[in-house]
Write a new protein. Structure first.
Length: 598
């Protein structure tokens, strides 16, 4: 049998042909299904991704509102600053690019990597992720010159806060700094790299000062280079704020403190407007805006004179003899005859303890007015012991002590008005009679802030005895937070005694005497440690003590000039005597007001 095939009569198997046709048809159906999936089912998504690769959007930063002094002078403005970011989808090698950014900017690589890891979850791949908030012009030039070799880098222009007066307004304005993780979580409108108010008015007025970002759209090529940019939404700047602070007076008052630690408050007693609010030492808020190094922050934080602390509202001190003004009002309210005299021989005995007057040999017979003029301690010892601590505490609280004044600055302290209940809770000990004695002259546990003193003195001078909120904004209506329990006659009695303290021959505030205006004042010398005596039982002078053991120097004064009223409070930490240290400062401030008041 022949095995040779007949080519003309050969027929291939039909099953193989059907299989081949089936495979072709299946492949066509797969392509058709994939085409439907890509073009129809997910067509919009892929079209959007395509547009995103070509058309991108970026936010336009809005400038913060300006802050101005009373006369319109700029205190906080915005200047252009440059930061460096990356668009992740345009970067070929993230790790190498981050290392190069570190080399260009001098920022440690670990800081950049940490920022990148934190920011990539908040920023889309085609949006710029800010890695270095601030770069200088030299760094900018280097980056721009090498931009073609490093695709994905983007120089971001942003407004940066600048404080022309530097340290002068640091404790009023505060500063802005980059929002931290907690702040970003709390406010979804914030993005990585955004700055917000951290202290002072920048913090309190954050919602007023912060603007609304705009939106910009641009086309980019395959290398990420930008062209055909257009603005979709214009940014809206924050609202500007004008302060009540007088720039010239603020400068002058700060210069008076020089290298001393302390503070000065100048207030309008009728409206509550603040004309000056100075704390020394201070710090440069621009350093926070630029970004502090760990070393710079450590130096500020550990400075023994606490430059970050706003002494006007955050430091509490024994009020010393300034407190006698309050006590005089209480004595009048309790019906003590102001003409009744107490003999001051320099000492006051209670039980086995002897309390001294600041004048070793005493003042002799003193009534209430004379006791204020000469600041006689023995008079107030005696009368305070008669009244008792319960009434002292209640009266002090009615005059605003022991509570915040409501000033528009953060972290205000309330001070301390001691009581029997407070001591029992704090020390688990009963109140002692000697503690009432020293409370009567503003020593012991009693603590006040300088701004509380300004509010109290203002309540003695204004028409209705109003305890006003200290106001930092020009033209804002006054806010009354309470009414003094003293009658008009009682307030006038104290005001007149303060005037005599200036005008009397031996008045403790006679350094303020002038023919230009009507002036009243009261000095105070607050002991910081227990009274130290020499071998002859004489009190050691401040110059013979360690700095931290020296007395604080107080002076509170008011002036009526050109139909206007001013209240001034000066506190110099460890400055010694109120009249000798705070007095010359107060005199110079009032003289400046007389010469420049318009």
């Amino acid at each position: 049998m022949s095995m040779q095939l007949d080519p003309e009569g050969y027929q291939p198997p039909k099953t193989g042909l059907w299989l081949l046709q089936g495979l072709v048809l299946l492949l066509f159906l797969i392509f058709l299904l994939r085409f439907w999936y890509l073009q129809i089912h997910h067509g919009k998504d892929f079209a959007k991704k395509s547009r995103d690769n070509r058309i991108r959007q970026a936010q336009i930063y809005a400038p913060r509102g300006l802050l101005r002094a009373r006369g319109g002078e700029l205190l906080a403005e915005n200047r252009p600053a440059y930061g460096l970011g990356i668009v992740r989808e345009d970067v070929k090698d993230i790790d190498t690019t981050l290392k190069q950014i570190s080399l260009w900017t001098g920022v440690p690589l670990e800081n950049i990597e940490k920022r990148y890891k934190k920011g990539r979850w908040r920023t889309k791949a085609f949006e710029p992720l800010l890695l270095v908030p601030t770069i200088n012009f030299s760094q900018l030039a280097t980056i721009e010159a090498n931009s073609l070799d490093w695709p994905g880098l983007e120089v971001m222009t942003r407004p940066q806060r600048y404080y022309p007066e530097g340290e002068l307004f640091a404790h009023i304005l505060g500063y802005v700094s980059e929002a931290n993780e907690k702040e970003l979580e709390a406010n979804k409108a914030l993005d990585l790299g955004d700055t917000i108010g951290k202290q002072g008015l920048e913090l309190i007025e954050e919602n007023t000062l912060r603007g609304t970002k705009g939106l910009r759209q641009m086309e980019v090529d395959i290398s990420g280079r930008e062209y055909n940019s257009q603005t979709l939404e214009e940014p809206s700047a924050g609202s500007s704020v004008t302060l009540s602070i007088d720039l010239g007076l603020q400068r002058m008052a700060a210069n008076e403190l020089k290298d001393q630690a302390g503070c000065i408050v100048v207030m309008n007693p009728d409206t509550g407007e603040l004309y000056a609010l100075v704390t020394a030492p201070s710090y440069d808020p621009n350093a926070f805006t630029r970004g502090l190094s760990h070393k710079e922050w450590g130096e500020l934080r550990d400075n023994p004179q606490f430059p970050l602390q706003n002494r006007v509202i955050q430091s509490v001190y024994p009020p010393a003899s300034i407190w006698k003004l309050l006590m005089a009002g209480l004595y009048l309210q309790e019906g003590i005859d102001p003409n009744e005299t107490i003999n001051c021989n320099g000492k006051y005995k209670l039980g086995n303890h002897t309390f001294r007057c600041w004048k070793k040999w005493g003042h002799g017979q003193e009534n209430l007015t004379e006791a204020l003029i000469h600041s006689c301690d023995v008079y107030f010892y005696e009368m305070g012991q008669r009244i008792g601590i319960d009434k002292i505490e209640a009266f002090a609280r009615k005059n605003g002590f022991g509570s915040q004044t409501g000033i528009d600055l953060p972290h205000e302290r309330s001070g301390l008005v001691p009581s029997k209940a407070w001591k029992r809770k704090r020390f688990n000990q009963p109140w002692q009679g000697g503690e009432t004695v020293i409370t009567s002259i503003g020593q012991g546990f009693t603590l006040v802030t300088p701004v509380q003193i300004a509010v109290f003195i203002s309540s003695l001078l204004n028409e209705k005895g109003e305890l006003l909120k200290p106001n930092l904004f020009k033209g804002t209506p006054k806010t009354v937070r309470g009414i003094s329990p003293l009658s008009k006659d009682q307030r006038e009695f104290i005001v007149k005694a303060m005037q005599k303290t200036v005008e009397a021959k031996h008045g403790t505030a006679r350094i303020l005497r002038t023919k230009r205006a009507i002036v009243g004042g009261k000095t105070g010398t607050a002991q910081v440690t227990k009274l130290k005596l020499d071998a002859n039982d004489n009190r050691l002078k401040n110059k013979d003590l360690e700095y931290w053991q020296r007395d604080h120097a107080w002076m509170a004064a008011w002036s009526k000039f050109n139909g206007k009223k001013y209240v001034v409070v000066t506190m110099v930490e460890h400055g010694g005597g109120g009249s000798s240290t705070a007095g010359p400062i107060m005199r110079n401030i009032l003289n400046y007001i007389y010469e420049n008041d318009k």
